[in-house]
Write a protein that binds this ligand. Structure first.
Ligand SMILES: C[S@@+](CC[C@H](N)C(=O)[O-])C[C@H]1O[C@@H](n2cnc3c(N)ncnc32)[C@H](O)[C@@H]1O
Length: 422
């Protein structure tokens, strides 16, 4: 369905699902499963977006993802022989994204793994070193795992120079074993301790993880040499000197759904991205913890943003303030996205709606309105099914499914919004 400012009051629920954007029959490459990441989008979307843009006559040389997360678009663009630029504010995301979009020599991976394992077995950690460890790490890990993780981290760091892609490969493996080797409640989207959990053994988990990543690398045949640049920055602060992108494929963060900084705190602490993981909430779009300047934010909101924020305000003032900041940040991102696009090129946004205490949070309509105001034309909105599996659409404040209608509603569909810069 084509939307303009004249028919923006369309009920988005009535927009039909297009099966073209539902799941693909093709299996995703294993590389997409090397590290868990919340709100990852399906890999096939990038290939279909490239196909769609090329059918519309766009000459796609460079694909961008302004919220690149764990690098789904980065890898798929590269696999399709396109250059890629992307950024994410979360250093754990960009570490995984960089790891995924490289190819590694099988022999070297084996040689380096053996070397890391040998030095791990030789190292011993003295008690003083464990005293110096960040207190937050001590909260999540038991003594044996702390010692083993210290030995493993040191073995990896000493095996490679700082910039080596192999070092990033093994640090990504290290990062993905942190939840199973801690007392973090498995599969929870909110950080909480599982008092009954028996944390996994460090070297066993690392060995399994590296094997899985090596299998993914063997399947991974990136034939054409493409240029890839992934930056760990706040997109809102990116300096733009002219347009350079032919196609954007991205999924923006949602309002107060995932606290990315909190969810990745184990990796942040162990990989020394920050002394206090909470500092990484700063600048993250959609975080509940922003010190918002509410009176200023509401002046900048578009109509959909304003309506939603005022409805929320009646139920939960704090939520309304974070929503205002979220909507303003998304509006700014859409303007910036428009600026980085070359003329006659396309942007694809994948986004779903949510509901909070019966207030509908119309992320999709807000995005369309932002795109119209930024100058995008021929805006096409379609819908896709996320999964057949969502039986109950509500989640409680711990992220578990519930039938309580006062909880956060998650829809079983999401929107694909396509805009053209003419
Ligand atoms: C829905 S996720 C993207 C997931 C991605 N499509 C994938 O498949 O992994 C949104 C991402 O936006 C990032 N983000 C939030 N605020 C940002 C900002 N100001 N600048 C850049 N990235 C940001 C989050 O860290 C998160 O990784």
């Amino acid at each position: 369905m084509q939307l303009t400012k004249n028919n923006l009051d369309t009920d988005f629920d009535s927009i039909p699902i297009k099966s073209f954007w539902n799941m693909s029959d093709k299996k995703e490459n294993k590389i997409h499963r090397i590290h868990s990441y919340p709100a990852k989008f399906p890999a096939f979307i990038t290939t279909k977006a490239i196909e769609y843009a090329e059918n519309k006559g766009v000459n796609v040389n460079l694909v961008a993802d302004i919220f690149c997360g764990c690098g789904t678009t980065a890898y798929e663009a590269t696999r399709n022989g396109k250059d890629f630029w992307g950024c994410d504010i979360n250093p754990v995301a960009t570490l995984i994204a960089e790891t995924k979009s490289q190819q590694y020599s099988k022999e070297k991976l084996k040689k380096y793994f053996d070397k890391i394992r040998t030095s791990f077995l030789q190292y011993s950690i003295n008690i003083k070193e464990t005293w110096e460890i960040n207190s937050r790490i001590k909260y999540w890990f038991k003594g044996k795992q702390i010692k083993d993780l210290l030995r493993l981290k040191r073995s990896i760091n000493e095996t490679f120079p700082i910039k080596s892609k192999y070092r990033k490969f093994f640090l990504s493996a290290f990062s993905n074993i942190l939840k199973p080797t801690s007392v973090w409640l498995t599969k929870s989207i909110k950080p909480q301790v599982d008092p009954f959990k028996k944390p996994a053994d460090v070297m066993e988990s690392f060995t399994k993880q590296v094997k899985m990543m090596c299998d993914a690398n063997n399947e991974n045949v990136l034939t054409k040499r493409t240029k890839i640049k992934i930056e760990n920055i706040n997109f809102l602060n990116k300096k733009i000197n002219g347009s350079f992108v032919d196609l954007i494929v991205t999924s923006p963060p949602y309002v107060t759904s995932y606290e990315y900084a909190d969810l990745h705190q184990l990796s942040t602490l162990w990989l020394d991205f920050a002394e206090d993981y909470r500092s990484l909430r700063e600048g993250t779009i959609g975080s509940l913890y922003h010190n918002s300047n509410f009176t200023e934010d509401i002046k900048e909101l578009n109509k959909t943003g304003e309506k939603t924020v005022f409805q929320l305000y009646n139920y939960d003032k704090r939520k309304a303030k974070s929503a205002a900041k979220y909507f303003v940040d998304i509006q700014k991102s859409v303007y910036k996205a428009f600026d980085i696009l070359n003329k006659k090129s396309l942007a694809f946004f994948v986004i779903g709606n949510t509901e909070y205490k019966s207030v509908r949070i119309d992320n999709a309509k807000h995005l369309v309105e932002s795109m119209i105001l930024a100058g995008f034309e021929d805006i096409e909105v379609t819908k896709r099914k996320i999964s057949k599996k969502i039986l109950t659409p509500y989640r409680d404040n711990k992220g578990k499914f519930t039938s309580n209608k006062n909880s956060r509603k998650v829809y079983a569909e999401e929107f694909i919004i396509i805009g053209t810069k003419k």
